[in-house]
Design a protein around this ligand. Structure first.
Ligand code: GTP
Ligand code: MG
Length: 210
């Protein structure tokens, strides 16, 4: 199950550079180095669409990708053409304060005011679990009525027996209705389940009156 095409659209370092909200959007958020760009590449099946890096804080801009889901198997096909939005990671201690101060308004401007936003995929490193940032972030999104899908990344790094307990702990800590999705870009699992969750969150958001 792979989209027909996935292409880079534009990068923005400030809200004035955001493209028009012409397509439904799914944003990917999470701590720096959590695996956002790798997950986007795994979901789209286009190896080097989003740049990945061992150096935390690599993605400093908001990046848009156009993803054509038509012809995909399962509920994802109903998404049609959408935008994936790769957000800069939060919580990277080594960036200068001035730079961090520039990112937060950028992320908030996007997540708080974007009419085309249908869902946020929040990535949490399975070994770190839920931390203060996520405890603040999830209720903020809920208040803004943005559907959240939680993915636990790098699940390959945890022994199998510890994965479900980690998912249950995250679910409880964040008060989620749905189970977080176990995901590994390296071992290629969780992909189909995540596509289904994205499609269902986006469809629910679509039905909501504006
Ligand atoms: P920033 O853009 O810097 O915020 O990072 P990011 O969240 O986009 O993370 P990225 O996808 O660049 O991955 C960071 C590092 O984690 C890279 O070295 C990846 O190879 C590694 N990584 C990503 N996903 C996985 C995974 O599923 N398993 C393992 N073992 N490593 C992963
Ligand atoms: Mg990145």
């Amino acid at each position: 199950m792979k989209p027909k095409s996935a292409t880079f659209v534009i990068s923005a370092s400030e809200p004035s550079q955001f493209p028009p909200p012409s397509l439904p959007e799914v944003a990917f958020a999470g701590r720096s180095n959590v695996g956002k760009s790798s997950l986007i590449n795994a979901l789209t099946g286009h190896g080097s669409l989003a740049r990945t890096s061992r150096t935390p804080g690599r993605t400093r801009l908001v990046n848009w990708f156009e993803v054509d889901c038509r012809g995909m198997g399962g509920p994802a096909a109903k998404l049609g053409k959408i935008h994936f939005v790769d957000l800069p990671g939060y919580g990277y201690a080594d960036v200068p304060i001035a730079m961090r101060a520039a990112w937060q308004p950028l992320i908030e401007a996007f997540l708080g005011e974007r009419s085309s936003l249908r869902a946020v995929v929040l990535l949490i490193d399975i070994r770190r679990g839920v931390e203060d940032e996520e405890l603040d972030f999830v209720p903020w999104l809920v208040e803004k009525q943005v559907p959240v899908v939680v993915a636990l990344t790098k699940a390959d790094k945890l022994p199998k027996a510890q994965r479900l307990p980690a998912a249950q702990a995250a679910k409880k800590a964040l008060g989620l209705k749905r189970d977080p999705i176990l995901f590994s870009a390296q071992d290629d699992f969780g992909r189909e389940e995540l596509w289904r969750a994205i499609a269902s969150a986006a469809a629910a958001a679509e039905k909501k009156p504006a």
